[in-house]
Design a protein. Sequence first.
Length: 79
Amino acid sequence: MIVWVWIGSILMVCGVLLLAMAGIHFGRMSGSRLDPLAGRTIEPPGRQGLRVFAIDRTWPGLLLVAVGAMLLLAGAWIG
């Protein structure tokens, strides 16, 4: 069924976009601070590491990717 493949691919793309948006909008980048080594920078203080991709912020994107992958596999298996 080609419909399942299209719906699955659209859900996966939307999920990846949601995951990217969660990573981009996690920290404030507009607050400037004075760093003696780098001068004025807009980077947030401290290291964020992988906290950007915490499950409480990214679960909608992960859910869309998982459902999209299941639909893609179902479409490939049926069709």
